[in-house]
Design a protein around this ligand. Structure first.
Ligand code: DSN
Length: 427
């Protein structure tokens, strides 16, 4: 227990009152320190975020918005939420920002309810081709309310063909088109999507949850610069903030969006999250963060290149953002679940993932997905990515070789020791 992420007094009380949870927390700190986190949606938050998440803002109910609340005692929460909104507008060049969303799915659902009527058609990317659950997968509640139609990537390139997207839009005349993904390793053609939306008279939304920090840091394009009506992003991925979601939109949708979040979807916002987001949005304006955003992409390029030369089959043949998907079935003759387990065994955490038109089921898919935001937060650079790729290739070639895995586990531990997790230095 040598970190500075919590107050020592609070931690001591936790240890005395609930040793089971305290011990789980200590074990998780060690797991996060001694392993390499490659899940592309995960990251290490700024240490300042811990201070606010563990603060008295947790205690406050603040239904409403700054200056118009249903409970008293809001002088500090009003100040905090106003700062969060103004900073979000500045960072993303948005006309309006709602910073109260508890997480990604309710954030997107709030947009659908703000802009659509039950039964309206929404066009989003197919989950198995890189889209997200909240873009209308049939298992979600929102799919019972709205009619979702899908565009897909092309086989075998794995790339989006904009003309095919246009055809789906012309056939279905959606009221809303959603750009965005959780496993598409390429940049979106935002200008092209804007044209399609204009042609069919649809509203246009981008869910940049994975990319939020890279857009904030100026490393990737901002869909709001291409006239998108609404942009959503979670706040804990590449952005390095607290868990949560935020909606950025044109002024003309501000009132509908705000009403849809509260009281439409949620009651009291989590003000400790909002405060931590406000600070995050200050930190992402620094030169240091801008350099971080660029390094995330440089690291992804270096990792992709080294994996390719080690024989990995990359979906789309490479990456233009922070994430990489590889087909382990064709490249190494193993399914993604086996690859995930073997890599976990050497301290590398990533997730099994379906590939476009995967012949295998989601729990035994053909691929794995990983990315560089968290490793970059530790300070790792291109040469470390080469080292990492070398370990990964050895594991993927011999996932059942216990002696080799034990040896490689020591290598990842050594690499991790050189790059402490921000906020967990000394562990
Ligand atoms: N769970 C996130 C991801 O891994 O992409 C998205 O919600």
């Amino acid at each position: 227990m040598t970190n500075f992420t919590y107050s020592a007094a609070a931690l001591e009380r936790l240890q005395n009152s609930d040793d089971e949870i305290f011990n789980a927390l200590m074990r998780e700190e060690v797991r996060q320190s001694e392993g390499i986190e490659l899940i592309p949606s995960e990251n290490y938050c700024f240490p300042e975020v811990y201070a606010l998440l563990g603060s008295v803002f947790n205690n406050k109910y603040s239904e409403g918005y700054p200056g118009r609340r249903y409970y008293g005692g809001q002088e500090n929460t009003d100040a905090v939420e106003t700062l969060a909104r103004e900073r979000a507008k500045k960072v993303f060049r948005a006309e309006h920002a709602n910073v109260q969303c508890l997480s990604g799915c309710p954030m997107n659902e709030a947009v659908y309810f703000a802009l659509l009527q039950p039964g309206d058609t929404v066009m989003g990317m197919d989950l198995t081709h890189g889209g997200h659950l909240s873009h209308g997968h049939p298992v979600t509640n929102m799919s019972k309310i709205f009619k979702f139609v899908r565009y897909k990537t092309e086989i075998p390139s794995g790339l989006i063909d904009l003309e095919k997207v246009r055809q789906v839009a012309l056939e279905n005349k959606p009221k809303l088109i959603v750009c965005g993904h959780s496993s598409y390793p390429r940049e979106y053609d935002y200008a092209g999507f804007r044209k399609i939306a204009d042609e069919v008279g649809a509203l246009l939304m981008a869910d940049i949850s994975h990319l939020g920090g890279l857009v904030a840091g100026g490393a990737l394009e901002n869909p709001l610069d291409f006239g998108f009506d609404v942009v959503t992003t979670t706040t804990h991925k590449s952005l390095r903030g607290p868990r949560g979601g935020m909606i950025l939109c044109k002024k003309k949708y501000a009132s509908a969006i705000d009403k849809s979040v509260f009281p439409g979807m949620q009651g009291g916002p989590h003000m400790h999250q909002v405060a931590a987001l406000a600070t995050t949005l200050k930190l992402v304006q620094t030169d240091m963060y801008k350099a971080y955003a660029k390094q995330v992409l440089a690291n992804a390029q270096a990792l992709a290149k080294a994996l390719l030369s080690g024989g990995a089959h990359l979906v789309t043949g490479g990456t233009e953002n922070h994430l990489i998907v590889i087909n382990t079935a064709t490249g190494f003759g193993i399914t993604g679940d086996i690859a995930e387990k073997a890599l976990d065994r050497v301290g590398i955490t990533l997730n099994k993932n379906v590939i476009p038109d995967d012949p295998n089921p989601p729990m035994k898919p053909s691929g794995i997905r990983f990315g560089t935001p968290a490793a970059t937060s530790r300070g790792m650079r291109e040469s470390d990515m080469k080292e990492l790729a070398d370990i990964m290739i050895q594991v993927l070639r011999a996932p059942g070789d216990d002696a080799l895995l034990t040896n490689l586990h020591q290598k990842t531990r050594d690499l991790c020791k050189r790059y402490p997790v921000p906020g967990l230095e000394g562990i």
